[in-house]
Ligand binder design. Structure first.
Ligand code: ZN
Length: 63
């Protein structure tokens, strides 16, 4: 399976896969991990926030 979280693949993503994490507000971190919010919307979070409790994800801004 192709690696989708490192290497050239990232260059094709918007902002090259980087941005400000909506959960921990770390800037220019790689946002590659989708988490579902309350209500069905999906946000991209950083590696550190993948195991975050659902309440923290729900409290994050939807962008
Ligand atoms: Zn984060």
């Amino acid at each position: 399976m192709a690696k989708t979280k490192r290497g050239r693949v990232l260059w094709s993503l918007p902002s090259r896969g980087r941005g400000t994490c909506p959960v921990c507000s770390t800037k220019r971190i790689k946002l590659l991990y989708p988490r579902a919010k309350l209500g069905g919307t999906t946000i991209k979070v950083c590696k550190r926030c993948v195991p975050a409790v659902q309440a923290r994800v729900d409290a994050a801004a939807t962008v």
